[in-house]
Design a protein around this ligand. Sequence first.
Ligand code: ATP
Length: 237
Amino acid sequence: MALLAIEDFSVSYGKAEAVRSVSVEVEKGRIATVIGPNGAGKTSLLNAAIGLLPASGRVIYDGEDISRLDVEQRVEMGFCLVPERRELFGEMSVEDNLRLGAYSHRRAHAQNKRSLDEIYDRFPRLMERRRQAAGTLSGGERQMLALGRALMARPKLLMLDEPSLGLAPLITREILATLPSLCENGVSILLVEQNARAALETADFGYVMETGDIVRSGPADALIHDPMLITTYLGGH
Ligand code: ATP
């Protein structure tokens, strides 16, 4: 059963249509990925799904049409977006950045200590650096912190915009490899990525987006062997 169903979704900037009648689903406890080149409309899709941008179409969450809810209400229901620019507080410590992740969530706030322990367990590097200013972290550590901060809100639906941006391939894999275990804890994930291979290796289901349209979709392990994708996005091998 789908936790999230985006149905017939369109997003426009003035006359320019960035997303055209797109439908995407995220099943409960699974990872769906939307891959595609720069400018395909992936970021617009995520921003509209969480209610930051107006869209036509419907957003069904846990069987309920929430298209009319605003971003705060969606966040309250368990949506969480980790934007492309990680937007940490560079002067503040790693731990204070994490604590801020739960700050405005009453439900999550009460579980602060438990959430922190879980995140340190998952990312020992953040534990080692917890008193350090976030601005001194490496790119990979910042992405871990951005993810950790999102987890402090105890999301049900985690939306990640291009977590690999600016990271070396090995670090990208290290970060994406942490996602399946989040699903075991009941989180469902919508992952937007330009790094098609790494995303499909992590996800259960994939969508390929090009200039506002979904041009291919299917189980991730099938897409990874799809000849069209191999030549265009997967580096020919
Ligand atoms: P990227 O990987 O660069 O974020 P993307 O697949 O996420 O690419 P979007 O950022 O959603 O794509 O952009 C889709 C289209 O919408 C592009 O043509 C882009 O130029 C346009 N666009 C995005 N944001 C705006 C904006 N604020 N105003 C006008 N056009 C925009």
